[in-house]
Structures are given as structure tokens and as C-alpha cells.
Design a protein around this ligand. Structure first.
Ligand code: AMP
Length: 615
């Protein structure tokens, strides 16, 4: 079930979408049959099905799993065991996801063929977008794309993030229209492993070609805003480069140097002056429209945790449409947004039935009473206080249903069976059905199961946060302090955003809280950071996409006030459980107005590319 899509053939591509969505169930059954037939002899499937490729048996006998269940198989592959243990097609690389397991990134299997499946989805985005925005072929796209570090497993397989893998592939190099230079970033600048040189060169190329730019973007909103911040810091130097027709000497990467020199061919003081006058203004409001005046939209994902960046994007873009085109992960690319110009709050993704076999675990979204009954009752799911001051929650599991069986308005956790060796794997994303396109359901991304904090690609769950806080508070205990309550908040008002923890402390015994020693509190901030997972530490140390962690110490009684607030919003007093993350502005004000000390981490946490030990 490997389909082709010619992005130049709008009619043919859109017809394909209609066919796939009309025959969603048939396509899904075909996909499952193909996966089972191909992989019946793998150790994994054979162990449950004894060589059968029967679809009914599959549902009865194959368990629904999480990463820990399949980790031994992945480790065997990383260590050189034949990948046939899970996949008949050779596993060509492992894709490191932003989730972690035992301190290391989770790794998802990938095959050569899967690259073409991803390309199919990317190609489909072109005709879908062209339906809504005319004339995109009359100019360029300024897409700021980056690669991340990769490692080699003991068996010599590459382990790297999915986008790094894609950008380094020939599929990316040969992507539609690339040879006509319709993107402002030369491939060499995207593939430069020095992220600072890469960012500088891509922005510089984007500025030089500003008159041609019709759309701007990055994958996630956080990366795009980081680029804007970088521009704020470097525009003067870039203007000087444009004026001289020469890129700065610190751009030493030969690929970048060559590519940028090819674009920055002549000194252009007129352009330099124009950019300077825009950047020099009092405010950077609408800077995107001003620097790239023909821009029609900003192509960045703003659903899920990225929604927190919408106001800042609106500020810089002057209200340009924000377009979330696709929904994908390291496990598998899932689907696309068939109405790309819809408002961010109503974006729905249509899962493409040919990409994988999808199942859905029904999840009871707890509305009002159910919410407070279940969520505050000491369960282990994260509880967050949302904008309305209500706790966000799920969930009670039932049997998984097929793609076409989901019901509008219902919540589900996504489970995938892929062409690459994952069988009934829980992705961890909670989705809500908003409607159907033909017979294919459309989903709103609700949230990732168990994640409380996320600034960039980091996803910190409640357990990780608790572990990190527990470690840090040990520094205070010998001094007689006890941490009585804590919660957290992702502060994205500045770029980069950062984690904020609210701590309520008391003295052992009944003494008043003495003045807090800044050095110790800063050490607590650093200890929390050092204890968070490797993706957090990479974002913080290498990518610089997260700022120093902050602890705000609040005065005695603050968490009682928070509880009073929650109760006033409908929480039951008996079943109240402190929310471990805060999104509600009112709740935030309650905490902030009682802050008695604010401390930041002064060290960047240690991070190095992980290693997989040979076994
Ligand atoms: P990773 O495996 O690190 O690539 O992360 C994949 C995860 O990112 C998905 O499972 C989602 O939780 C999240 N994600 C990807 N695309 C979107 C999207 N369009 N909207 C919201 N969240 C997304």
C-alpha cells in the first residue's frame, strides 16, 4: 500500500484523497492484511499468532502495548540482531522520539520504504494548500528547518530524530520544486550541523530573497519564534553582510559559505537600509509582514502544546493565517489538515488510511462532575488547570475500535500498527473526533497523555517532574525547610520559553520562613534541570530552545488559596488534588501575587548525545 502522489497534479491528488477517505475501511483492512501477510513470520507476530495472518486473530491475540513492552526488541535491533524479529523488511534506522524511557530517547523502527510513505504525505500537502491559496508557485517559501545530532548504534544503525532522517534523505533533496529553488534556504544551510550557522544563514538567505517570499514557516511554532528571536539579535550583522555582499567570517561551514555566497552575490546597500529601517523601529509588531511583505501565511504547527505560542505569533505576524498542515510522529506519519486555513482552535486532522492501521482506545473525557470525581481522586494521571480553571482529564479505557467506528464528539487514544514493525502500539496522543470527510474521521489533537510541561520538543510528564523536584528539595531539607506543595507552569511570554515551578516551603517545626539563600535556591533550579530527561537537557543546552528554569517561592497558605479557587470552579473539596501544571490565568495570578522569592538556574544542564551500550 505504497501510493504515489504527484504534487503537480492537483486534480489527481485530490481525487486520491477522495478515494482514500471514501474507502477508508476497505483501505484499512487492506493495510492490516498487507502488514500481517508480510510480517507473519517475524518473531514478534509469530509468537502470538503462530504464523497466521488472520485479521480476527490479530485483534484477539496481539496485545496493545506501550514502549516498555517492545523496548527489548528495539534494543536487540540496536545491538545487531536481525531486524526480522519485528519486521520482514530490514530496519534501516531508528528514529529517536521526544519521549524518553529509562533516561534515553525512545527509538522507533524505520524502513527504506517508509521514507516514500512520508514523501507521499508531504506531496499531498501541496495540492491541498493550492486549493486555498492562489499563486504559491509565483514565489518562494522561507522554511527554517534544522537537523539535530545523530548517533550510531553498536550495530551501526543510525539513531536520529525523524526530521533529521528525512532532511538527509534523497527524498528531501529531490522534493517537489526544490530544483527550481522555490525555497529560500539552500539544502546546505539546512543540513549544517552547527545550529547557529544554520540559523544565521537561513535567515540571511530569507532576507536577501524577501521580495519573492510568499510563505514562511518552520515545523513547530516554537522553532519559528526562536528564529525571530535570533533575528532580533543578529539583524544588524546580517544587514552589514548584505551591504558588503559578503557573509560573516564566523560562517566557516563550507556548505553554508558556498550556498550563501551564491545568494548574496552583490553588495546591496539599498536592501540593507530597508531591512535596517524595519528592524530599527520601536516595536517588532508585524515584523513578518514588514520584512516579507508578500507573505500569505505562516506554516507552523500550532495545535497541541504549540497553541501556547499563538498570541506571540499573531503579534509578530500581524495576524497572518497560521497553518498547521500535518500530524505526524516518529512512529508513523498520521494525517493532514484538509482545511489548512481554518482557525487554529478548530484545526482537525484527517488520518490517511493508507499510512498505517489505526485503532482507537475510547477515553472518557471527564466533563464537569466526572472530571472532578475521577481526576481529583488521587489517580496517577496528570492534572492540569486549564484556561477556564477546570482540571483537564481523561480517562477510562475500553476496547479499541477501528478508524471508521469512532464517534463524533468522543475522545480516543491513538493505537497504530505500522509497516515498520510496531503492532498495536499506543502513541500516547488523545484525540477528539470532530467530524468525517467522506468515511474518514477527522480529529482534533487534544493533548499528549501524561505530559504536564512542554516548551519545544520536550515533553515532561508528571512523574519526571516529581522525580526532579524530589531530588532538588533534598538540598533544602538539611537546612530545615520542607517543600509542602508545588506546581508548574510553562512560561512562553519570552523567547525562549522556560519552566516555572511554584514552591510553597515551610520550616520544620513552627518557625517563620527565614530569608532564602539565593545560592541554594539557584542550586535547586539547576538540580531540577539536571534531573529532567535528555530531551529537556538537549533543548536547554544544545538547541537553546528553553530558557533557565525558574522557581517562584510562594508564601504560606498559597496552595490553600489555589484550592479555594479550584473549589469555586467546581472541584470537590474531598477529592481535591493539587494540579501539577497551571494554564489558567486566574490561578496563575493567585500564585504570582503571593510570590516571595524568584530564582533562576545559573548553570546549563549537562547533555551529551546518548549512547546505546552494546550488550
Ligand atoms: P516525536 O515522536 O518526537 O516526533 O513526537 C510526535 C508527537 O508530537 C506526536 O505524537 C504528538 O504528540 C506531537 N505532534 C505531532 N504533530 C502534531 C500536531 N500537528 N499537533 C499537535 N501535536 C503534534
Amino acid at each position: 500500500m505504497l501510493l504515489n502522489c504527484d504534487p503537480n497534479d492537483r486534480e489527481g491528488s485530490l481525487k486520491l484523497v477522495e478515494e482514500l477517505t471514501t474507502n477508508a475501511d476497505e483501505v484499512q483492512q487492506q493495510v492490516l492484511q498487507e502488514i500481517l501477510t508480510q510480517n507473519a513470520d517475524t518473531e514478534y507476530l509469530n509468537g502470538f499468532l503462530g504464523g497466521s495472518s488472520d485479521k480476527e486473530q490479530f485483534k484477539k491475540k496481539i496485545p496493545i502495548v506501550v514502549y516498555e513492552d517492545i523496548k527489548p526488541y528495539i534494543e536487540h535491533i540496536a545491538n545487531g540482531e536481525a531486524s526480522q524479529i519485528i519486521s520482514a523488511q530490514p530496519i534501516t534506522e531508528l528514529l529517536t522520539s521526544s519521549g524518553t524511557s529509562g533516561g534515553l530517547p525512545k527509538m522507533m523502527p524505520s524502513t527504506a520504504e517508509d521514507m516514500d510513505r512520508k514523501t507521499f504525505l508531504y506531496n499531498l500537502l501541496v495540492p491541498v494548500m493550492n486549493q486555498y491559496v492562489d499563486g504559491l508557485d509565483q514565489g518562494k517559501g522561507m522554511y527554517l528547518l534544522f537537523i539535530k545530532p545523530e548517533i550510531s548504534t553498536p550495530a551501526g544503525l543510525m539513531a536520529r530524530p525523524v526530521l533529521t532522517s528525512y532532511y538527509k534523505s534523497s527524498n528531501f533533496r529531490n522534493r517537489p520544486f526544490n530544483r527550481f529553488n522555490v525555497y529560500t534556504s539552500p539544502d546546505e544551510t539546512i543540513l549544517c550541523s552547527d545550529s547557529k550557522q544554520s540559523m544565521y544563514c537561513q535567515l540571511l538567505c530569507g532576507l536577501v530573497q524577501r521580495d519573492e517570499v510568499l510563505r514562511v514557516g518552520a515545523v513547530f511554532a516554537s522553532a519559528f519564534l526562536r528564529a525571530i528571536k535570533f533575528l532580533e539579535d543578529y539583524w544588524q550583522e546580517m544587514c552589514s553582510n548584505i551591504r558588503m555582499g559578503h557573509v560573516s567570517d564566523w560562517i566557516t561551514d563550507p556548505g553554508c559559505q558556498n550556498a550563501v555566497s551564491g545568494i548574496l552575490r552583490h553588495p546591496n546597500s539599498e536592501l540593507a537600509h530597508l531591512i535596517e529601517s524595519e528592524c530599527n523601529g520601536k516595536s517588532w509588531e508585524e515584523i513578518i509582514r514588514r520584512l516579507w511583505p508578500r507573505t500569505k501565511y505562516v506554516d507552523v504547527i500550532v495545535t497541541g502544546s504549540m497553541a501556547q505560542y499563538i498570541p506571540t505569533l499573531d503579534f509578530y505576524s500581524g495576524g497572518l493565517p497560521l497553518v498547521s498542515t500535518m500530524y505526524a510522529s516518529s512512529e508513523c506519519y498520521f494525517g493532514i489538515n484538509l482545511k489548512p486555513l481554518s482557525d487554529p482552535s478548530s484545526v482537525s486532522y484527517t488520518l490517511l488510511p493508507n499510512m498505517a492501521y489505526f485503532e482507537f482506545l475510547p477515553v472518557e473525557k471527564n466533563h464537569e462532575e466526572l472530571n472532578h470525581g475521577v481526576r481529583c481522586n488521587g489517580d496517577s494521571e496528570p492534572n492540569c488547570l486549564n484556561k477556564e480553571g477546570q482540571e483537564e482529564g481523561e480517562e477510562q479505557e475500553q476496547e479499541a475500535v477501528d478508524l471508521v467506528q469512532v464517534k463524533v464528539g468522543h475522545y480516543y487514544e491513538l493505537v497504530v500498527t505500522t509497516f515498520t514493525g510496531l503492532y498495536r502500539y499506543r502513541v500516547g496522543d488523545i484525540l477528539m473526533v470532530t467530524g468525517f470527510h467522506n468515511n474518514a474521521p477527522q480529529f482534533r489533537f487534544v493533548h499528549r497523555r501524561n505530559v504536564v510541561l512542554s516548551i519545544d520538543t520536550d515533553k515532561t510528564n508528571e512523574e519526571d517532574l516529581l522525580k526532579a523536584v524530589t531530588k532538588a528539595k533534598l538540598l533544602l531539607e538539611p537546612l530545615g525547610f520542607l517543600l509542602t506543595e508545588y506546581t508548574s507552569y510553562a512560561d512562553t511570554c519570552s523567547i525562549p520559553g522556560h519552566y516555572v515551578l511554584f514552591w510553597e516551603l515551610k520550616m520544620r517545626g513552627n518557625g517563620d520562613l527565614p530569608e532564602l539563600e539565593t545560592r541554594i535556591m539557584e542550586e535547586c533550579c539547576s538540580t531540577v534541570e539536571q534531573s529532567l530527561d535528555s530531551v529537556y537537557r538537549r533543548c536547554r543546552s544544545k538547541d537553546k530552545s528553553i530558557g533557565p528554569l525558574e522557581i517562584r517561592v510562594v508564601k504560606h497558605g498559597t496552595f490553600d488559596a489555589l484550592m479555594d479557587f479550584c473549589v469555586s470552579q467546581g472541584s470537590s473539596v474531598n477529592q481535591y488534588k493539587t494540579p501539577r501544571c497551571i494554564k489558567s490565568e486566574k490561578a496563575l495570578n493567585i500564585l504570582d501575587s503571593r510570590a516571595v522569592g524568584i530564582f533562576f538556574s545559573r548553570k546549563t544542564p549537562h547533555w551529551e548525545p546518548f549512547r546505546i551500550e552494546a550488550k
